[in-house]
Design a protein around this ligand. Sequence first.
Ligand code: PLP
Length: 438
Amino acid sequence: MSEERERFLADGRAALEWAADYLDRVGELPVLAQVAPGEIRSRLPASPPEEAEPFSAVLRDLDEVLLPGITHWQHPRYFAYFAVTASRPGILAELLAAALNPVAILWRTSPASTELEALVCDWVAQLLGLPDGWHGHIEDAASTSTMAAMIAARHTTGRNVVVCSEHAHSAADKGARMLGMELRKVPADDEYRMRADAMDLTDAAIVIATVGTTGPGSVDPVNAIADACERTGTWLHVDAAYAGSAMVCPEHRWAFAGVERADSLVVNAHKWMLTPMDCSLLWTSRPADFRAAFSLVPEFLRTPDAEDALSLSEYGPALGRRFRSLKLWAILRCYGRDGLQRMIREHVRLAEQFEGWVRDEPGWELCAPRHFSLVCFRRDGSDAANEAILERVNASGEIFISHTRLDDRYVLRLAIGSEATTEDDVRRAWDAIRAAAA
Ligand SMILES: Cc1ncc(COP(=O)(O)O)c(C=O)c1O
């Protein structure tokens, strides 16, 4: 055995053991990093080493220096924003993807990763009950996916206006600003759903409908929005970055009625589909329009036509693409439809239980209808009092929650999405929140 291989195996075993131990003990660590800004950097050398160091020194510093500065997204009591899970098969597949390191600029530079990416997008489309024949590819984040949809819509319609709900993710605002597009916000109804009757689609290139909004988790009326898009020739993009995974369960599909009429759809596998960051699935029912918007093949990248058509770099902003599909393929195989359904159902059950505790407790209020695994609630009293609860409970390290504003009031959010979360963890969260309020 070469010395390099021996060292790789020894370091690899140590790294894998580190990861396994971390996943075992993460629940004992404070969820939110207990450090001040700049503290971690101040503990690291300002300049790189002149001489090579062993990999063991990296692992040591990961433990001693970096770990205190980690907010643990893998923690069973992580309930902020949208909670996520990097599952074990996903973690291992990331290692293999890095070992292969294919750079899929063109089909021929990485036939397997290109074709596997198309296949896993088809597999997930089948699991979610999406129409046959949609073209899927993977972007890094929903922000990129939604911006790509805006670009395709502008290219196709020749218009420059983006329409979305006041509760749409800020990625819509940011995308419109970066693209120099005009953004038109539509008011929502009393359940935080975009009011289709209040949309002004004059000259609108694209409407972004959201199923599972970031603040309240509300569900825009996709069918009514699709009707208006059909009348005005407007591109319909559905942002289901968080909630889209719930379509794997037939009982949640009511929320997505009309999605089959979308021109494009984004679902983040790195949110509620057990996939390590990053993996944002973007489908379009109009691949030719998408390709027309993005295809730019200079001489040095020219290959025969049949190959060109398969190059996924022709459907989005990036040329070099990493092997993201490998981790999702591993997850789909290691969990199956059944495993995904069981996780989603358990998270929704736990959220329902938490919702019930809030409903039954005097002095507390539910602030939005709960459709999936997100509960919005607040304590009777001022915004400042609720903000103080959040700060206190997060500083305790016991749980991590986040907030939003609804009807101009400060609202607490508890989002369940970690594979490791148990009923006991949710009970501890409620106890910690009530103690912080007392
Ligand atoms: C509904 C929705 N859309 C878009 C995004 C942005 O996702 P990303 O961080 O992948 O860009 C989020 C993030 O939470 C989201 O909740």
